[in-house]
Write a protein that binds this ligand. Structure first.
Ligand SMILES: Nc1nc2c(c(=O)[nH]1)N[C@H]1C(S)=C(S)[C@@H](COP(=O)(O)OP(=O)(O)OC[C@H]3O[C@@H](n4cnc5c(=O)[nH]c(N)nc54)[C@H](O)[C@@H]3O)O[C@H]1N2
Ligand SMILES: Nc1nc2c(c(=O)[nH]1)N[C@H]1C(S)=C(S)[C@@H](COP(=O)(O)OP(=O)(O)OC[C@H]3O[C@@H](n4cnc5c(=O)[nH]c(N)nc54)[C@H](O)[C@@H]3O)O[C@H]1N2
Ligand code: SF4
Ligand SMILES: [Mo]
Length: 679
């Protein structure tokens, strides 16, 4: 048996464990690491089963090229030449910005860095983005403006040092299980827990206060809480005076939200709001934990700002057990953002609009004329494709047919492209529309680094040989660059790539394979002597002073009416991961949840004569899907909840392609829907 220490490929908690393989090179299991600072010898069910999909017979084993309408096996050589050739041709014909690149939060930092380098240095476009757009784009925009950094302010270990934890729009025990278990531990030790989420998630049962406000009303809720805090003199006047600016403008807006007003917008009682405000503001150390319930709205950035405001108002920054903690979702979504797989920044959030920064990258990469205007995002690139303005798309490790809103719109967009290349480990509804499909190796077959939600940069290590003819994403990207005529992307290993990242990225300046060692380093880590940074904004915000934001409540764009009387909210469950490509190919996980389902409140179900486990039809203005009803009191009356893991009952057939104006994140959490039983 061989044991290789690596990092979990599923969520952003970033647990470390050993992958175990036998003499035949077959992965046979996972062994926990007691020494790992986050996992501490534990894992969730996805971690324990993370080896199962890797050598699944369905793995893509050779490239595919579309011939006479059919995808058929091809040689690497021909496939790579086709990709480089077609992209160059389309660039010549339609201009640099007719091509877009989707990087991947499932792949390594090194691979994301190369994808953004390929887009910018070789094809001279800023059209590069990844699934953070569908996830924490609101966080990256909102928190960066207020504090100068869009990452989690504190570390996972801080959870146990908090006296009060406000969990708002995060189903932590299912989606970030090893953070969820720390919250449970903290509560057992006496921390006060407030859950603001209208679903009865597991943490809600443990909470001293469970606020079940209407989806999409968080700004009103938080403004009202802050109204109470100011009214009762519970704000931290010293912190406000010393460390913040624009307080007065903010206070004027908050004054408009007495708890009675918040209560009527949110559908809760004023008393609950007052109680929440007091519990949070009176705690010595209060921590906010949030995720998709906050970000995935057309007012996602405003929601994020409200969370930032609440923590500033009470001085909860810059020490253990406090802060604003957006739990980043994918294993490496923090890293993909850090690496600049975003349309407006190079690695380390260095703006493409800054001439000095562009010059630095031009010199480092040996190129001229790096593009200076922000490019298209995942969502706006698909819109551009649907309108015929975008002509080619190169996707590495994303499945937009399943993960972007309004599947019919996405299909139309992808079918409209002159050229689509997709690099994945399995066939997906997205690869099915491609002109060329490339088989990538999975995380178990390559070296590199992932950055977890607490900014911890950790190693992944090769445990087994590549499956079939698959190749690591980083090698594929280097070859595309070379075939497209660029000589500046030749590397022998991911280690060399990370060294280049460190040389151009201040926050990663001191991060190397050697220094990461067994347990990683938390950025900012500016130089080789620096020990990393577990807590941000100590003594001073990254940008200097923290800026309060004056935000007003704006309703979601599509609210229930007579025809579509329910609010449909979408999300995820413990046993499955995203578009299901990996978890649905893991025996144990697949056995737990096999069918698409929709949660319905028991009162609604009674009225509609829908029984538990009965098949129903859920419809919106975009389309309809069949799913099993889960009748319980998890969702409140008037709300339906569907996970988006199931291809045969895809939630994103139903969702609305409405975007936050600043972050361009879709409103995955609210649209109007109808439900009926199927004959
Ligand atoms: N098992 C599993 N774990 C995962 C993933 C997975 O697919 N499966 N995906 C990973 C990724 S990429 C991400 S981004 C995270 C996401 O992790 P989470 O954000 O925790 O997951 P979601 O289920 O999308 O939504 C969380 C909660 O938001 C609530 N919510 C919906 N609308 C609102 C609202 O308007 N206000 C408030 N306050 N709450 C609302 C929902 O009721 C839900 O309970 O999970 C990561 N971990
Ligand atoms: N309705 C609804 N839709 C949502 C959400 C929601 O809450 N509701 N949440 C959104 C969020 S937060 C997110 S993060 C997105 C996720 O959206 P996606 O990123 O599109 O979803 P994944 O299933 O994680 O897709 C990753 C793809 O990468 C492949 N892959 C895995 N490892 C590798 C590798 O090493 N190399 C390569 N090349 N490929 C690899 C997988 O097989 C899979 O096809 O979904 C979004 N969509
Ligand atoms: S909590 Fe997240 S990182 Fe840890 S084992 Fe589970 S899925 Fe993997
Ligand atoms: Mo995500």
């Amino acid at each position: 048996m061989k044991r290789v220490l690596t990092t979990c490929t599923y969520c952003g908690v970033g647990c470390g464990f050993y992958l175990v393989s036998n003499d035949e090179g077959q992965l046979v299991g996972v062994e926990a690491s007691r020494e790992h600072p986050v996992a501490q010898g534990q894992l969730c069910v996805k971690g324990w089963n993370a080896f199962q999909f890797v050598q699944h017979p369905d793995r893509l084993k050779q490239p595919l090229i579309r011939r006479n309408g059919q995808l058929s096996p091809a040689f690497w050589d021909e496939s790579m030449k086709t990709i480089a050739g077609r992209l160059k041709e389309i660039q010549r014909k339609h201009g640099n910005d007719s091509i877009a690149f989707f990087a991947s939060a499932k792949t390594s930092n090194e691979e994301n860095y190369l994808m953004m380098k390929l887009a910018r240095a070789v094809f001279k476009t800023n059209n590069v983005d990844h699934c953070a757009r569908l996830c924490h784009a609101s966080t990256v925009v909102g928190l960066a403006q207020m504090f100068g950094s869009g990452a989690m302010t504190n570390s996972i270990s801080c959870v146990e040092q908090a006296d009060c934890i406000l969990v708002i729009g995060s189903n932590t025990t299912e989606q970030h299980p090893l953070i969820g278990s720390r919250i449970v531990k903290a509560v057992r030790k006496g921390a006060k827990l407030i859950v603001a989420d209208n679903r009865k998630i597991r943490l809600a049962r443990l909470a001293g206060l469970h606020i079940r406000h209407r989806n999409g009303t968080d700004v009103a809720l938080l403004n009202s809480m802050m109204n109470v805090i100011i009214r009762e003199g519970l704000e931290n006047k010293e912190f406000i005076a010393d460390r913040t600016e624009k307080y007065e403008e903010f206070r004027k807006v908050v004054e408009k939200y007495p708890p009675e007003k918040g209560a009527s917008i949110c559908g809760v009682t004023a008393e609950e709001i007052v109680q929440a405000a007091r519990i949070y503001a009176q705690a010595k150390n209060a921590m906010i934990v949030y995720s998709m319930g906050i970000t995935q709205h057309t007012h996602g950035v405003d929601n994020v700002r409200s969370c930032g405001n609440l923590a500033m108002l009470t001085g909860n920054y810059g020490r253990p057990g406090v802060g604003v903690n957006p739990l980043r979702g994918q294993n490496n979504v923090q890293g993909a953002c850090d690496m600049g797989a975003l349309p407006n920044v190079f690695s380390g959030y260095q703006a493409v609009t800054d001439a000095a920064i562009r010059q630095k990258f031009e010199k480092a990469w040996g190129v001229e004329g790096l593009p200076d205007t922000p490019g298209l995002a995942v969502t706006t690139a698909l819109d551009a494709a649907a309108e015929g303005k975008l002509k080619a798309l190169y996707i590495m490790g994303e499945n937009p047919m399943m993960s972007d809103p309004d599947q019919n719109h996405v299909r139309k967009a992808l079918e409209n492209l002159e050229f689509l290349a997709v690099q994945d480990i399995f066939e997906t509804p997205t690869t099915q529309l491609a002109h060329v499909v490339l088989p990538a190796t999975s995380w178990a077959e390559k070296d590199g680094t992932f950055t977890s939600t607490e900014r911890r940069v950790q190693r992944i290590r090769t445990a087994i040989e590549p499956v079939g003819e698959s190749r690591p994403d980083w090698r594929i990207l280097c070859d595309v660059a070379m075939l497209a005529g660029y000589g500046g992307m030749k590397y022998d290993s991911p280690k060399e790539i990370l060294d280049e990242v460190a040389s151009v990225t201040p926050s990663y300046g001191g991060i190397t394979f050697e220094r990461i060692g067994q347990f990683g380093l938390q950025w900012p880590c500016p130089n080789k002597e620096h020990a990393g940074t577990p807590i941000l904004h100590v003594g001073k915000f990254t940008r200097g002073k923290g800026v309060f934001a004056a935000v007003d409540y704006r309703p979601s764009v599509e609210l229930p009416d007579d025809e579509y009387p329910y609010v449909l909210s979408t999300g995820r469950i413990y046993f499955h991961y995203h578009t299901g490509t990996m978890t649905r190919r893991s025996k144990l996980l697949d056995r737990e949840e096999r069918f698409p389902f929709v949660e319905v409140n028991e009162n609604d179900a009674r009225r509609l004569k829908i029984r538990d486990r009965q098949w129903v039809c859920v419809s919106t203005r975009r389309g309809e899907v069949k799913a099993q009803a889960r009748v319980a009191d998890v969702v409140p009356p008037g709300v339906l909840f569907m996970p988006f893991h199931f291809e045969e009952g895809a939630a994103n057939v139903l969702t609305i392609n409405a975007l936050d104006p600043e972050a361009k994140i879709p409103e995955f959490k609210v649209c109007a829907a109808a439900i009926r039983s199927t004959p």
